[in-house]
Design a protein around this ligand. Structure first.
Ligand code: APR
Ligand code: ZN
Ligand code: ZN
Length: 366
């Protein structure tokens, strides 16, 4: 067991605290990782606001990269010294989804068996089974994905959650490719990543939609060919108009990615896709949200696919090393997602800035 500094949310809505926690030595199937960088994600804020569940105290942080310090006795997939990105879907290999080859749908992803605790022994609930606003964290070895060790931790760590969700929503779930038009509604960290992923895949046009001009400017840097301020104009009509400029007769985009997580924006996505197009919902709705007044005939009559994207339908072992290589080659600008590097005692202030929408990602450097 060892003691390290970590950011903990002790109760609903309370400011987070920097405290000392106990990290057990890794047992079978586990690894202890020395965290180098961890992004601040909306999900961390959701945990601390009690929006996920009531299992306080939470050990926050889950978009991280670091170096494996120690592994349990039977661990073979990673070794001390390996540079890894942490993932929150370590697949089991045995459930029905895994057995039929749909590993990205694994129904039984796993985390460390032992619990990290507060100094008094109170068990911590690590955010998404990771808990990486900590100098060191205990995870399942399968949560560690080895990547090129020369990559910048602050940038590639973001692949551990939001950026992977966005890129994967485009290239995995939406099957975006050359010759397809894409619209992305909501250009925060996730939507901006969906734009970067669409650009990587060669799609055109790539239409960014947001209500915040700053986000639209950033989207353009990341590969959007057109931007639409939906606080000023009807985004559905604009997407249709822009798609038809490139593809004569198009009545919308081939793939529309919803990265806000609200019924009204999902409905825009639904009506902005071309016939037989695909809608990808990567924004996460709250349980109370409903899509009102959607004629079933429109669902039938427009054909195509209405999909949701969990974690960008990624397979960390397949996607993280590939995306890190593209980053290293200069083909995927992950640095653009790192708005600021902050200290471990700055998480509460970063939540505040996130609330105001001025950042794509604040990244804690350890
Ligand atoms: N129309 C268009 N854009 C909108 C609208 C709207 N009605 N409302 C909000 N937005 C934009 C915001 O301006 C912001 O740029 O959506 C973006 C949301 O981005 P972030 O708040 O940075 O959130 P992000 O981290 O990108 O996550 C987006 O995906 O993983 C989920 O839980 C996450 O539901 C959230 C979504
Ligand atoms: Zn499984
Ligand atoms: Zn996240």
């Amino acid at each position: 067991m060892q003691q390290v500094k970590a950011v903990v949310a002790k109760g609903k809505g309370l400011p987070v605290e920097l405290v000392t926690i106990n990290v057990p030595d890794p047992g079978p199937g586990e690894a202890v990782v020395k965290v180098q960088a961890c992004g601040v994600c909306h999900t961390d804020l959701h945990y601390r606001e009690g929006g996920i569940n009531d299992d306080f105290p939470f050990l926050l942080g889950h978009e991280a990269a670091g170096v494996v310090e120690a592994v349990g006795p039977d661990v073979t997939e990673v070794a001390p010294g390996d540079f890894v990105i942490l993932n929150w879907r370590a697949v089991c290999g045995e459930c029905r989804a895994c057995r039929r080859g749909d590993l990205h749908y694994c129904f039984n992803t796993h985390n460390a068996t032992q619990r990290m605790t507060l100094e008094d022994g109170t068990e911590l609930s690590p955010a998404l089974g990771i808990g990486a606003f900590a100098e060191k964290t205990l995870v399942a070895a399968g949560q560690c994905t080895k990547v090129d060790p020369s990559a910048r931790p602050a940038a590639v760590g973001l692949l551990g959650c939001g950026v992977m969700a966005g890129i994967g929503a485009a290239i995995n779930t939406g099957a975006v490719t050359r010759g397809r038009s894409v619209a992305v509604i909501g250009c925060g960290g996730v939507g901006a990543a969906a734009i970067a992923g669409s650009a990587l895949a060669g799609a055109s046009p790539i239409i960014a939609v947001d209500i915040d001009p700053q986000k639209l400017a950033k989207a353009r840097e990341l590969g959007a060919t057109h931007t639409v301020d939906s606080s000023q104009v009807d985004p559905v009509a604009e997407i249709k108009r822009i798609a038809a400029e490139t593809y004569e007769g198009a009545d919308g985009a081939d793939v529309v990615i919803e990265a806000v997580g609200r019924p009204e924006t999902w409905k825009q996505a639904f009506y902005a896709r071309d016939l037989a197009g695909t809608v990808v919902l990567v924004g996460v709705p709250t349980p109370d949200m409903k899509v009102p007044d959607l004629p079933l005939i429109d669902v039938f009559g427009r054909g195509g696919a209405l999909k949701s994207s969990w974690y960008g339908d990624c397979l960390p072992s397949r996607d993280f090393p590939m995306l890190v290589d593209l980053y290293q080659q200069g083909r995927l600008d992950l640095d653009a997602f790192v708005t600021e590097e902050i200290g471990i005692d700055d998480v509460e202030a970063a939540f505040e800035r996130m609330h105001h929408g001025d950042v794509l990602r604040s990244v804690v450097i350890l």
